[in-house]
Design a binder for this molecule. Structure first.
Ligand code: PLP
Length: 418
């Protein structure tokens, strides 16, 4: 098995770029933001402020995908012999990033898949209910609607703030606490709202839930599920330090991991039953039957993407979690300050860094968000997006692919729209 791997390595090295032409990843200097940007194949004519939607892969990730794809195309059965070791590499890298035991990490295809696995697998007693918020993702509502049809459990939505820009941690925690009933078993929240850019104080919320649970039997404790996708790869926090019971995220947004990948981490695996059959079996030697592996949906996947997730974590680690978060905060803060200074613009996202992350939403008086996004692309070569919710806003997601000059360009472009 090892021999086969070496052989593939040699074969693939032989058919990659020739020795005199270093590949972009070999030139990669993680300390230099221009070099970081150069790892992406994004259209240089555009300023990409929506790259968080669905990741563009940096060179090391593209190369890993190509390498695995070539191996699978050459000899699928032979290359698949590396499945376990390649998957373990991904779990080890994810565990280091999350600050978690790799055995507690299920590999998924998306945030949505992780939400679905928890909501479909959670064991509820008659009379137990679920609390979520008015600010969650529509996929979460669908998962909870399915949970409700399956169990008859009541699902309630609580409003955590009225004016997003003025949201405060204390008020958010108090409102959520007031909504938790004596029989609430599951609380579902989103770390950073893709509707407003508000970042919830998840660690404070988890501490509040622990207080609520202090008088409950362990089997009836309220469990906290977090959709973390817009904080993961953007905020300088170890997931394990958030204190939630379940954390689901796609790795194909701010982390710039392979499209169609994600992770579900839990410290309360006992509270859910696996939903999709696993390829790990407790009785099969070598299949490493930890909770995260048993909860990983089985079936063959787009393996070249899944395995290349290790390189996305490595890329992020090489640049540094705190440097990336600081860069995103710097861009977002400048963007919010600039937008707030334009008389026709209303900033929706909180200015304070602790109550926000990389997402920045605004509205322009008299201009529909879709029209503004279209004008930005057509006349200013700026790619923005529009929030897919009832109150649509113009949305920007400055990240590591952007420069301070591009942020200034966006501010000027928005100021010129009327
Ligand atoms: C809050 C939130 N959760 C989940 C998703 C979906 O992510 P995924 O493709 O990883 O399921 C999105 C947007 O795409 C989102 O904004």
């Amino acid at each position: 098995m090892l021999g086969a791997g070496v052989a593939y390595g040699v074969a693939l090295a032989g058919c990659s770029a020739d020795a005199d032409t270093p590949t972009p990843s070999r030139q990669f200097d993680p300390a230099d933001w221009e070099s970081v940007r150069a790892q992406f194949a994004l259209d240089p004519k555009l300023a990409h402020f929506a790259s968080f939607l669905f990741a563009s892969h940096p060179a090391p990730v593209r190369e890993a995908i190509d390498r695995h794809r070539a191996g699978l195309d050459l000899d699928p059965a032979g290359y698949l012999e590396h499945d376990i070791e390649l998957e373990e590499k991904v779990r080890t890298a994810a565990g280091a990033y999350l600050g978690a035991d790799p055995g507690d990490i299920a590999l998924t295809d998306s945030t949505t898949m992780g939400t679905g696995l928890v909501c479909a697998g959670i064991k509820l007693k008659p009379g137990q209910d679920v609390v979520t918020t008015e600010h969650d993702f529509f996929g979460t509502y669908d998962a909870l609607q399915k949970l409700s049809s399956r169990t008859s459990a009541r699902v309630r939505r609580v409003r955590l703030y009225d004016a997003p820009a003025a949201a405060t941690a204390g008020d958010v925690v108090a409102r959520l606490k007031a909504a938790i009933g004596p029989h609430t078993r599951l609380i579902v929240i989103t770390w950073v709202h893709s509707s407003t850019g508000v970042r919830l104080p998840v660690a404070d919320i988890a501490a509040m839930v622990r207080t609520v649970n202090s008088t409950r039997a362990p089997a009836d404790r309220a469990l906290l599920l977090v959709d973390g996708v817009h904080g993961f790869g953007a905020v300088d926090t170890r997931v394990a330090d958030l204190g939630c019971d379940f954390f689901t995220t796609g790795t194909h947004k701010w982390l710039h991991g392979p499209r169609g990948t994600g992770v579900l981490w839990a410290q309360a695996w006992d509270a859910i039953s696996p939903v999709i059959p696993s390829f790990s079996r407790p009785d099969a030697p070598g299949r490493l039957a930890t909770p995260g592996r048993l909860a990983t949906p089985g079936g063959y996947h787009t393996a070249e993407h899944r395995w290349a997730l290790a390189e996305a974590f490595d890329f992020h680690a090489a640049i540094g979690r705190s440097r990336i978060a600081a860069r995103i905060t710097e861009h977002a803060t400048r963007l919010k300050d600039g937008l707030a200074s334009i008389p026709s613009v209303t900033l929706i996202t909180p200015r304070q860094a602790e109550m926000s992350a990389g997402l920045v939403m605004c509205s322009i008086e008299g201009v529909a968000p879709h029209q503004a996004a279209a004008t930005l692309r057509r006349d200013h070569a700026v790619v923005a997006s529009v929030t897919p919710y009832d109150d649509p806003y113009l949305r920007f997601g400055p990240g590591i692919v952007n420069t301070p000059d591009e942020v200034e360009r966006v501010i000027k472009a928005v100021a010129s729209i009327n």
